[in-house]
Ligand binder design. Structure first.
Ligand SMILES: [Zn+2]
Length: 278
């Protein structure tokens, strides 16, 4: 009788090992289930979740208001553009209204004196060093009135004018009055736009890259790829392309064919004003 009872009673040590063993098995089962869930979740994340954005890119298109080359096709691109429209021209108002109606941002493409080049390229009201500070301010105000929907300004040419703190101070003080930003197209490495804008507290950003210095589709695509890389590296980047003879349809085609690839890099296309929001 005593012997039978002894067999049924499990020694404490063995009981302890059994409890530890069961606990370990339970932990392993639960961990495996958790890991399987995590893998499903990750798979879902990779396939359905929107691409995480690592950098923002603004594409500015210069020389609207002037000639027609690629204007309508450019405005039909399915990404937000920032359209730099030259003031005081036949098509100025029409292009500004059209760009705005298609959801793009409008800025003034202000003609400014270059070191080299034909003064005729500036049109009647180009900004030159011959003008007084008050005259420059007056032309800037007229340009703002002439380009509907404009929220900023960049320079057309201007390698000479953008090096002059007096000229840039006059323009930027008027932008300040109108809560507008400035983009430095960087046609001169000695441009003072950034420091003068900082002085006035006007939002400023410098061009990172020109898209169509060479009017060749593979070269423009190479520049777009470079733009994506800069955006990833620096969180934001600005490109300048052109309608008209400097770019036009070739630039439109290159951008259109690169949209998916650049977005795939983790880059989002934004309007220039969105680059000022961190
Ligand atoms: Zn231009």
């Amino acid at each position: 009788m005593n012997k039978k009872i002894k067999i049924l009673i499990i020694p404490k040590k063995i009981l302890l090992y059994l409890i530890i063993g069961f606990s370990l098995i339970l932990v392993l089962v639960l961990f495996n289930r958790y890991r399987a869930n995590m893998m499903v979740w990750k798979h879902r994340e990779n396939n359905n979740a929107p691409i995480k954005e690592y950098g923002n890119v603004a594409i500015i298109i210069d020389d609207f208001g002037n000639v027609e080359g690629g204007t309508l096709e450019m405005l039909d691109l399915k990404i937000p553009l920032t359209c730099a429209i030259m003031p005081f021209l036949k098509k100025t108002e029409e292009h500004a209204i059209l760009a705005n109606s298609k959801g793009h941002e409008v800025i003034i493409h202000m003609p400014m004196e270059p070191h080299k080049g034909d003064p005729k390229w500036l049109g009647e009201k180009g900004i030159t060093s011959k003008l007084s500070t008050e005259e420059i301010k007056a032309i800037t105000r007229e340009a703002i009135a002439d380009v509907p929907h404009a929220v900023g300004l960049n320079n057309h040419m201007g390698s000479k004018a953008t090096e002059d703190p007096r000229i840039m101070g006059a323009i930027i003080s008027v932008l300040k009055e109108n809560n507008m930003y400035i983009i430095d197209s960087k046609t001169s490495i000695k441009s003072v736009i950034k420091e003068v804008a900082n002085e006035y507290g006007v939002p400023v950003i410098e061009r990172s890259i020109f898209l169509d210095n060479e009017k060749n589709i593979s070269e423009i695509k190479r520049q777009l790829n470079e733009l994506g890389k800069i955006a990833i590296q620096k969180k934001k980047a600005v490109a300048i392309g052109h309608v008209g003879p400097e770019g036009g349809l070739v630039t439109v085609k290159a951008i259109n064919e690169m949209i998916q690839q650049i977005e795939g890099m983790g880059v989002k296309f934004v309007k220039a004003s969105e680059l000022f929001i961190n």
